[in-house]
Write a protein that binds this ligand. Sequence first.
Ligand SMILES: Cc1ncc(COP(=O)(O)O)c(C=O)c1O
Length: 493
Amino acid sequence: MPGSGTSLFPIIRVDRAAQIPLYKQLYDGYRSAIIRGELRPGQPVPSSRELADELQVSRFPVLQAYSQLSAEGYFEGRVGAGTYISSSLPEPQLSTGSGKGSSLKRPRGPRPVSKRAVLYPKFDDSVLKQGWGAFGVHQPALDQFPFHLWSALISLHSKNPHASAIHQINPLGSERLQAAICAHLRTSRAVQCEAHQIMVVSGSQQALDITARVLLDPGNTVWVEEPGYYLGRVVLQAAGCHLAPIPVDREGMDVLAGIKRFRRARAAIVTPSHQYPLGSTMSASRRLMLLDWAHSSGAWIVEDDYDSEYRFDANPIASLQGLDPNARVVYIGTFSKVLFPSIRVGYIVIPSDLIERFVAVRYAMDIFPPYLIQEVLADFMSEGHFAKHLRRTRQHYKERRTLLIESIREEMGGLAELHGDEAGMHLTVTVSDSFLDREVAAAASRERLWLRPLSPAYIGKTPRQGFILGYGSTAADQIAPAVRRLRSLMLGE
Ligand SMILES: Cc1ncc(COP(=O)(O)O)c(C=O)c1O
């Protein structure tokens, strides 16, 4: 119902003791709120009945004021849909007075922020602004998602919520979801875990943040993959850590190089199953060397296992955590890839002796995860829909990946080298240093071709040039034309 719930207190007030008629007070109140920009074009206004009830006045002066405001063009009525602030009001009209944002007072005097706050890099949404389709990264095939079933589960749990679910205050999350995630991780990722070790969080990002708060101090050195995952590094930077870039090759992170250069590091953050962004799988010898280093030097390993449910030509690679006899690995996973990123659900498998610490940090942060999505996801997993969805999308991505590889070989042979095409929903191509990936990506975005440049994934001064190409949301018939377009853009054709 338009306007309902749109309380206009304290913007619109009336003073019954004043000499000015009520309709005039209402008219003036609306008019000046519109001019000050507090009410915006297109915004619904309450019905005359609702406002009269809210202000406890008769409906008559409200109707009089509304009719005057409509006659002067401040209000518009939409047939059967209520009354709105007129969408055709020109901006200059709104900026009469002190202009857009006039309600914001000009800041004066010292305005100190924390030293920690300035450690965060400025938010840059240019990457997030990528559209849907070729070659958007982190975009799943939404046409494959069983929304019908999903919405039935949402409806079920909204209509009949269990009191225990609504009242649960467990910083680890719902027991049902913990159990479902645990069963999945044991069978498909060879993770060693019990359900009580699982903490349900808002995506890998919160998982990394909580982990950093528990394990790291400002000034600690942490190994990160070079190239690596930007948002993972942001968390470490914000924790005041020193980032030690460790090169990555076809066997994953070069552990020996890490030991030689930064033996005393407090932790290593790795993507061993499908290195982001180059896509290599960490070899068995490096896995064992990494675990051995962590054990002997008292360091932690954070395993970010973000998309390894998708491996196409062989069985999924077992987790690093599953190989670890010393509980040195904090394992992090997410539903962002296997379902969709805006679901904002991920999990941490916490070494048993650290559970209390993780719980304390989480409790101070956001207390516990929202109940509805957990109930829905628990059913989705335990009723077998999740496994079915994985099987279906694995086949789907496999076909798209094959098409993409064939097109790259055909169109870009000699121009681009392929990396990491065995798994996930993206692959990476490196190109000669004579191409500047950021510039090509900027030109491509003007044609709605979404290239993620590779060079920003490096901390060091000698980044490789290339592109991370997502194919999750790219329709099969878009793939070859998109690759041809990429080639033309690179060659300036
Ligand atoms: C390396 C890596 N880790 C984690 C994620 C997922 O992050 P989140 O679970 O916060 O969406 C991504 C991207 O989706 C990624 O590329």
